[in-house]
Ligand binder design. Structure first.
Ligand code: NDP
Ligand code: 8X3
Length: 258
């Protein structure tokens, strides 16, 4: 199905896995052309080839670590002319590291989370949004989290970064009021992706346990929510959308079949 997204330019960070990859596929299904960003080049290339082949859309890949401010500026400012007019920015790249009490946690993990989830999102936004303001048209869709609304045990820094995403989204919405640029955040609970594998530094057992006894959300569920935000008529802005597995009530309570 092709919609009003047909031919739009959508930039997605963290397109190599999980929610970002599913979102790229969903936008391609709507006929959007995609700028795909992530650090794993082979995955970017494979995804780009798949989308071009299956959906016939144009793709541009950029291997980019969003923590690198200078590189973010360089990549965005040197986009080929036909890719410069970004219609939709999906700030999705992010990660959790560990689930330990703050007072004994690994500080390197804090730096990674803050640098990626907060500063990386800010850098990309800072260099993409001016063009949208100039054109009086655009949409920033952030991937926040239920962790941006609640703070849970062992999640001090991750929750802080996602609370920051909530605050940045709300503030940016005010900054862009009347400028023709919409701002949304899609905030999921548990989604089965590589997130837990990354959070537990590759420990598959621990990662599997997170989703044990319940049906988690999938990347596709979140991609659908992103597409919903992006396809509202111009007079409507989805500010915040919290989406949970039916078996998870909030950050603390989940119903697991044993
Ligand atoms: P994945 O680990 O599957 O995907 C994370 C993506 O982020 C990858 O494509 C990764 O690409 C990219 N990424 C990480 N660090 C960087 C970086 N420094 N520069 C560029 N890209 C980076 O996890 P999810 O799909 O689940 O996570 C996507 C977003 O969703 C995150 O912001 C996460 O916090 C959020 N979220 C996830 C939930 C879940 O339960 N899974 C729930 C709520 C929110 P690469 O490694 O190639 O760079
Ligand atoms: C990632 C999911 O449950 O750790 O945002 O908040 S959770």
């Amino acid at each position: 199905m092709k919609t009003e997204l047909n031919g739009k330019i959508v930039l997605i960070t963290g397109a190599t896995s999980g929610i970002g990859e599913a979102t790229a596929k969903a936008f391609a299904g709507e006929g959007a052309n995609l700028i795909l960003i992530g650090r794993r080049k082979e995955r970017l290339d494979n995804l780009a080839a798949e989308l071009a082949d299956k959906d016939g859309v144009k793709t541009l890949t950029r291997r980019l670590d969003v923590r690198d401010k200078n590189k973010v500026e360089e990549v965005i400012n040197s986009l080929p002319d036909e890719w410069k007019k970004i219609d939709i920015l999906v700030n999705n790249a992010g990660l959790g590291r560990g689930l330990n009490p703050l007072y004994e946690d690994n500080i390197d993990g804090w730096e990674e989370m803050i640098d990626t989830n907060v500063k990386g999102l800010l850098y990309v936004t800072r260099f993409v949004v001016p063009g949208m303001v100039e054109r009086k048209s655009g949409h920033v869709i952030n991937i926040g989290s239920i962790a941006g609304h609640e703070a849970y045990k062992g999640g001090g820094v991750y929750c802080a970064t996602k609370h920051a995403v909530t605050a940045i989204t709300r503030s940016l919405r005010l900054d862009l009021l009347g400028k023709g640029v919409r701002v949304s955040t899609v905030d999921p609970g548990m989604v089965e992706t590589e997130f837990s594998l990354v959070r537990f530094y590759g420990d598959e057992q621990k990662a599997k346990k997170v989703y044990e006894g319940l049906t988690p959300l999938t990347g596709d569920d979140i991609a659908e929510a992103v597409i919903f935000c992006a396809t509202r008529p111009p007079h409507a802005n989805i500010n915040e959308m919290i989406i949970m597995p039916s078996a998870q009530a909030n950050a603390f309570f989940a119903h697991r079949k044993t």
